[in-house]
Every structure is written in structure tokens, then in C-alpha cells.
Design a protein around this ligand. Structure first.
Ligand SMILES: Cc1cc2nc3c(=O)[nH]c(=O)nc-3n(C[C@H](O)[C@H](O)[C@H](O)COP(=O)(O)OP(=O)(O)OC[C@H]3O[C@@H](n4cnc5c(N)ncnc54)[C@H](O)[C@@H]3O)c2cc1C
Length: 465
């Protein structure tokens, strides 16, 4: 028995009596079109502000006013994108229940990229406008970086956004640790805050229009409140009411099943297929949280996660002592059995991506005849196989395994449309969950499309980092 093995007898059972399912997360209050209506109204407000203050006529009147107007519009839109991006990162519950955290983070990225592009337009058009009356470029730059009120702070904000944008480019990001990137990324909040002053006192959108000014201030206060209550409030709550490690069961050389429980469970609503952010409250790790999927249906007995040692944090989490406090945020995610009600199910999983599929399997019904296509590099990597085979069999389904390096497989592309249709003839009628590394998700989505599975029936977590 490996030295870090904790035996069942040493594990504390959190609750006597039968395990009860935790309440499921309440559905979102938003409907499909609501988000688009809100987004359209928001953009209309920003354009309306600009047009109300003469932006449209200025754009076509003369060289100077045209560039000033463009600078004004791009500045407003850049701030608007930034604010909307911050709202997404504040993770409002109803929005998360509607979109899923992965989509919110991806939209956050698009908004961040748009903000950076608009900021570039804002700066360039402001400089061109500044030189339009014959002022030298150097003098204009000095005006815009300090001489005009609040411009020194706005310059700092612009530089921070530049750094955040550069470090978010995939090629650069990949060379940094997640935590380094994350803390650099946090400076975007500072950038938005220090840029606020110049928005209010310069230009003609807010300086001379009291109503517009209060609208803009209220928007910022609302976003700040969303961040404080949603993002930070939830983190504080999770730290104040942590769960405790109930057991750590090694499943292989570098993979363990860890169960968290305790009174803090009573505040949670959770469903199979979701994931949580885990923050072990111990020296060296309390400042970082990592996403892990539930690997069993969540009950009053605890939350189980199956964790592969992929680096510092996952390695430490796998060797946490029983009783260690862990702050749990979430759960998040909308790829749950709810989206497959009344339909047969297929789960395509790779490696530790098996976790959410294992949790969902427990919550399916016999009419869903679940099939799990389980890809792993070696037999040792096939964790939870026996459990899944038993559950699948009881639901008139099965688990198909694909083990070994890609070159050793009988078919060149096991996820091609043809291979999928041959292995699962009714694949096109199934709701499909894909969980695993990016390469598997891409290959499976391509193959499922070729096999005729409608895109809306394919569910997966989008890569957000
Ligand atoms: C939605 C989701 C569900 C996941 N479920 C599981 C699971 O059930 N079991 C499991 O073993 N792993 C799961 N992972 C992966 C797990 O989060 C990473 O392996 C873990 O964060 C690695 O951290 P580390 O410090 O050990 O390794 P590092 O060496 O720091 O990171 C390894 C890689 O993990 C990713 N990563 C690191 N930190 C984060 C973070 N905070 N947020 C997002 N990605 C990060 C990065 O791509 C990084 O390259 C999941 C990831 C996501 C996004």
C-alpha cells in the first residue's frame, strides 16, 4: 500500500443515515433572448450618449471634430466593454446558470480584446485630433500623459491594459504560470478605476451633462457592487464556511478521489456535471483556487472530486490530510443531466475528464441508455471503470474503452464520424457530453458533427485559459 494511502477506517463519516441528494441549482431567471436584449440596450445607451452630444454630426463636419468624435466614441465603447467584461467576471448567479462559467469567461476574453482594440483607436484618434491645429506631436503626447487633468492616471490605466492584453496573447500566456497571468490580469480592475476620472472631466459626454454623468457614475457603482458581492463576497463566504477533507483515496499513481464534507455543505446547491473552485486553506495554497469537477452525484455525505496531479496545486490537494479545510466556490457549469432529459446519452471522455461523466451517470434514467466512450493512455488511467460499468449496465447502457497510444489503436481516428457511427449506430439521436483534454474535445466535436449530431446536442466546457 503506498505510504500516502488513507485507509477507510481512518476516514470520518460526515453524516449518518442515508445520503440525500443536495438541492439542484435553481434555474436562471433569464430567457434565451434576454441577454441579447440587455446587451443591445447597453450598446444603444452608449451610442445614444455619443449621438446626443453631437457625435454623429461632428464625425462628418471637419477633420478635427471628426477625429475628436471618433476618439470620444471609441473611448466610451472601450469603457463599456471593460465594464461588461467585469460584470461577467463577477459571475452573477443568474447569468452563470444561463450561460455557464466557461462561456462567461470566453465572452470576457472577447470583450477584453475589443476593449484593447477600441482603446488603441481612442488613443490614436485623440493624438491625431490633438495635432490637427498644428500642435507638435511631442506636445500633444505631453498633454495627454500628464498636463491635462486626470490624464496621468489614464495613461497608467492604458499601460496596464496594454500589459494585460500582451500577457493574454496565447503564445505569451502559455509561458507563464496560471497564477502569474491571473495576478497580472487583476491589474485591469486598477486600469478601469484610474481611467474613470478622465472620462468624467474631459470630452463633452459627461463634463457638461449632469444626467449622463450620474448615469455613468451609477453604472460604475453598480459594477463595483456586483464584483464586491458576487466575486469577492462569494470567495469570502466560502472561506468563512469551508468544507473539510473527509477522505483521500488513491486511485492510481498520480490520481486520487477526494471527498469534502461538513456543515458548509448545507449552503450548497449542486448537480452532477458541475465543477467547483477549490481553495485549500493551508499555507502556500490559500491564495489560489483551482477548478475540479464533481466525480459523484453531490449528496449530504459530501462532494467527491477525482484529481490528477498535474502540477503544484493538484499534487498538494491529492495529499491533503483528512480534516484540512477547503474553501469551495460554485458549483458552476450548465452541462448537467438537465440538458439531456428525454434523450439517450453519450459521454465521450478522456483521462480525468471522466469525473463529470461519472457524476452524471448516477443521475440518468434507464430510458437514456447511456454509453460512455472512455479514452485513456493506459489501463492504469481508467479510473472509476468498475463503478461506471455497473451504473451503465443498470441503465441499459455500456462503457466502451479505447486504451493505448493513438498509434496503437485499431482505427486511425476513433472519433471520426464513421468510427462513431460504427460504434454507436444511434449516435445522431443522442445528447452528447464531451469531457477531456482540448485535443479530444476538438476531435470529438468534429466527428460528432460529421456523424450528424446537431451542434446544440453536444455539451462541453469551453477552454477559458
Ligand atoms: C472546468 C474544469 C474542470 C476540471 N476538472 C478537473 C477534474 O475533475 N480533475 C482534474 O484532475 N483536473 C480538472 N481540471 C484541471 C485542473 O483544474 C488543473 O489540472 C489544475 O488547476 C492544475 O493546477 P496545478 O497548480 O496543479 O498545475 P499547474 O502546473 O499550475 O497547471 C497545469 C495546467 O492547469 C491549468 N490551470 C491551472 N490552474 C488553473 C485554474 N485556476 N483555472 C483553470 N485552469 C488552470 C492550466 O492550463 C495549466 O497549464 C479541470 C479544469 C477545468 C477548467
Amino acid at each position: 500500500m503506498p505510504p500516502n494511502t488513507r485507509q477507510a477506517s481512518r476516514l470520518r463519516t460526515p453524516e449518518r443515515g442515508p445520503a440525500r441528494a443536495l438541492p439542484r441549482p435553481r434555474p436562471s431567471a433569464l430567457f434565451g433572448t434576454d441577454i441579447w436584449i440587455i446587451a443591445a440596450a447597453y450598446v444603444a445607451c452608449v451610442f445614444g450618449l455619443w449621438a446626443w452630444h453631437g457625435g454623429v454630426s461632428a464625425l462628418t463636419s471637419n477633420w478635427l471634430d471628426g477625429w475628436l468624435s471618433l476618439s470620444q466614441l471609441s473611448g466610451l465603447l472601450a469603457s463599456a466593454c471593460g465594464l461588461f467584461g467585469v460584470v461577467l467576471i463577477a459571475r452573477p448567479r443568474t447569468l452563470e446558470r444561463h450561460l455557464g462559467l466557461d462561456k462567461m469567461f470566453v465572452w470576457h476574453r472577447y470583450l477584453g480584446e475589443s476593449m484593447a482594440a477600441l482603446l488603441a483607436v481612442h488613443i490614436v484618434s485623440a493624438v491625431i485630433a490633438g495635432t490637427a491645429d498644428g500642435t507638435g506631436l511631442w506636445a500633444v503626447i505631453r498633454n495627454y500623459t500628464g498636463r491635462q487633468p486626470y490624464m496621468a492616471m489614464a495613461t497608467v490605466g492604458g499601460l496596464l491594459i496594454f500589459v494585460v492584453t500582451i500577457t493574454s496573447l496565447k503564445s505569451i500566456r502559455r509561458q507563464m504560470s496560471y497564477e502569474t497571468w491571473y495576478f497580472v490580469h487583476l491589474t485591469a480592475y486598477v486600469a478601469l478605476a484610474v481611467s474613470f476620472g478622465h472620462e468624467i472631466v474631459l470630452g463633452n459626454d459627461f463634463a457638461d451633462d449632469k444626467v449622463a454623468r450620474w448615469f455613468w457614475v451609477a453604472l460604475h457603482v453598480g459594477v463595483l457592487a456586483a464584483v464586491l458581492s458576487g466575486r469577492w463576497g462569494r470567495t469570502i463566504m466560502s472561506v468563512l464556511r469551508p468544507l473539510r477533507v473527509e477522505s483521500v483515496v488513491p486511485l492510481g499513481a498520480d490520481i486520487s478521489a477526494i471527498t469534502l464534507g461538513g456543515p458548509g455543505l448545507s449552503r450548497l446547491e449542486a448537480h452532477g456535471g458541475q465543477f467547483c473552485m477549490l481553495r485549500p486553506l493551508r499555507l502556500g495554497l490559500w491564495w489560489q483556487s483551482h477548478p475540479f469537477s464533481l466525480s459523484a452525484a453531490p449528496t449530504t455525505r459530501g462532494l467527491r472530486f477525482t484529481i490528477k496531479d498535474r502540477g503544484d496545486a493538484s499534487g498538494v490537494i491529492n495529499s491533503l490530510k483528512v480534516g484540512t479545510r477547503v474553501a469551495v466556490e460554485g458549483p458552476y457549469g450548465v452541462a448537467t443531466p438537465d440538458v439531456a432529459v428525454g434523450s439517450k446519452v453519450l459521454c465521450i471522455v478522456g483521462g480525468v475528464g471522466v469525473a463529470p461523466a461519472r457524476a452524471m451517470l448516477e443521475l440518468l434514467t434507464p430510458d437514456q441508455q447511456p454509453i460512455v466512450l472512455y479514452r485513456a493512455r493506459s489501463k492504469e488511467d481508467l479510473v472509476h471503470l468498475d463503478e461506471m460499468q455497473q451504473i451503465a449496465k443498470s441503465l441499459h447502457g455500456e462503457v466502451l474503452t479505447l486504451v493505448g497510444p493513438s498509434v496503437s489503436l485499431a482505427v486511425k481516428d476513433p472519433f471520426s464520424g464513421d468510427s462513431l457511427t460504427r460504434a454507436i449506430p444511434d449516435v445522431a439521436e443522442r445528447t452528447v457530453f464531451v469531457c477531456g483534454p482540448d485535443s479530444l474535445v476538438h476531435a470529438a466535436r468534429r466527428g460528432l458533427k460529421a456523424a450528424g449530431v446537431p451542434t446544440e446536442n453536444v455539451h462541453f466546457e469551453m477552454v477559458w485559459w
